[in-house]
Design a protein around this ligand. Structure first.
Ligand SMILES: C[S@@+](CC[C@H](N)C(=O)[O-])C[C@H]1O[C@@H](n2cnc3c(N)ncnc32)[C@H](O)[C@@H]1O
Length: 430
């Protein structure tokens, strides 16, 4: 093991991350950002994946088990094989204890080791989760290549790497703390000195704001992860596209919770500016939105080698259903959308990290009727047929209205699709 990996391992043996207590499994289930099966199905498998049969998952750098627990919970009544891997035994122990608390220990194969070595296993996986890990590797590209090497044909990845703009205030503080902690190897002392430096920062210092917003700096593990990590880099959107492109991957979609931060339609309200940005290719539109909002600290997204992995609303056999989105409860949002009156725009507030965004949704009569008929079991074909006969529309304009409605709602990402041939959500999925 090289020196850099050894120091990362040392940190996560001492401070397993994120800090989790297995006893909390009795009172709540944490959902990994990229791990909800209905979304994985919609974005990665054209809505056609039957998770009951032969689904293989790798959680690489699984930490204290948020993703492995959530995936095992969703896949508990299937024959899925879930492999958890981490360099930290301490993190593995917590992840295993969480699964055990839920009676899911046997669902997951817990392994200790480096994700750089997975190609030597000779195994392959349909879904690879790797969140918050690649940016801690000395060579993230080598890590991503290793994951791609074990991705089965048609496989899908759920990834998270740090965002440079939202972490801009972190790196100068890390540099300051390297100076303050020069020659100090003892972690307790490093943590104590870090807290002393933070406490002494002037009012309005950019790091004070970051620390106030960070979810877990109160814990030593969180503080260490944010400010004292020995290997830590972040990506702008163009760098992210380069990183993925070099590994032969396409970015399929950012996760709904933060997707608005990459959406030019929400970032720019001046029509001339918006038109200019929307004329750019998609990665540049997203880069422009990233710079305009200037707060994405984590890029959470799905990626694939293949084109056209998303379910298509034009397929009459796809079944639309309501799903969650940024800061919105799916049931409440479904209710609010169904209450829309034709051609009367309504604004929806989206809470996305610290950005307070507003999405305006306006549907015509056919769009409103379409939404009213979405019940999680009717297919697109059935719904469009009903809209067409109820409103006296030819099939072509009824289909156009349905697609337009679907695309309008992609702004707030409320509708997902599954193919009629696969079952509705597994028990316990959101
Ligand atoms: C910030 S934590 C993220 C944990 C988890 N993926 C999550 O999102 O909650 C990073 C994890 O990656 C692990 N890790 C770092 N380098 C690794 C490597 N080369 N192979 C496997 N795991 C690694 C660490 O031990 C740590 O548990």
């Amino acid at each position: 093991m090289n020196e850099k990996l050894a120091s990362v391992k040392r940190q996560y043996e001492k401070f397993p991350y994120p800090p989790r207590d297995p006893a909390d499994e009795d009172r709540r289930l944490l959902a990994g950002m990229v791990d909800a099966l209905p979304q994985i199905n919609h974005y990665g498998f054209r809505g056609r994946r039957d998770f009951r049969k032969g689904f293989r998952v790798l959680v690489a750098g699984g930490g204290t088990g948020d993703s492995s627990t959530y995936l095992a919970h969703q896949l508990r009544d299937t024959d899925a094989r879930i492999v958890y891997l981490d360099v930290s035994e301490a993190a593995r122990d917590i992840a295993r204890a969480r699964a055990a608390r839920r009676g899911l220990e046997a669902r997951v194969d817990f392994r200790v080791g480096s994700l750089l070595d997975v190609p030597a296993w000779g195994e392959s996986f349909d879904f690879v989760n790797c969140t918050g890990v690649l940016h801690h590797l000395p060579d993230p590209a080598a890590g991503l290549r290793a994951l791609c090497a074990v991705l089965a044909p048609g496989g899908f990845l759920g990834l998270m790497v740090y965002g440079a703009r939202g972490r801009a205030a972190i790196y100068p503080m890390q540099a300051l703390l390297r100076l303050v902690n020069a020659g100090v190897s003892d972690e307790e002392t490093r943590v104590r000195r870090t807290r002393a430096v933070l406490d002494g920062l002037r009012e309005g210092h950019s790091t004070r704001l970051v620390a106030a917003r960070a979810i877990d700096v109160d814990s030593d593990a969180g503080l260490y992860d944010l400010f004292l990590h020995s290997v830590d880099r972040a990506y702008t959107v163009p760098e992210l596209y380069g990183f993925l492109g070099d590994a032969g991957l396409r970015l399929v979609a950012f996760v709904p919770d933060t997707r608005p931060l990459y959406d030019a339609r929400l970032a720019f309200c001046d029509p001339e500016i918006l038109e200019a940005v929307l004329a750019l290719p998609r990665p540049e539109q997203e880069a422009a939105a990233e710079l305009a909002f200037d707060c994405a600290g984590r890029h959470s997204f799905w990626a694939s080698r293949d084109a056209d992995t998303q379910a298509d609303p034009r397929d009459p056999e796809n079944v639309p259903f309501f799903a969650g989105t940024a800061g919105q409860d799916p049931a409440a949002l479904a209710c609010a959308l169904r209450a829309l009156e034709p051609d009367r725009p309504r604004s929806f507030a989206l809470g996305v990290q610290e950005a307070r965004l507003v999405a305006e949704v306006r549907l015509d009569a056919a769009g409103c009727r379409f939404l009213a008929l979405v019940d999680g079991s009717r297919t697109m074909g059935e719904i469009v047929g009903r809209v067409s006969s109820e409103l006296g529309l030819e099939p072509a304009p009824a289909w156009a209205a349905a697609i337009r409605t679907f695309e309008t709602l992609s702004l707030v990402d409320v509708l997902l699709l599954r193919h009629a041939s696969v079952p509705a959500l597994l028990p316990g999925t959101p």
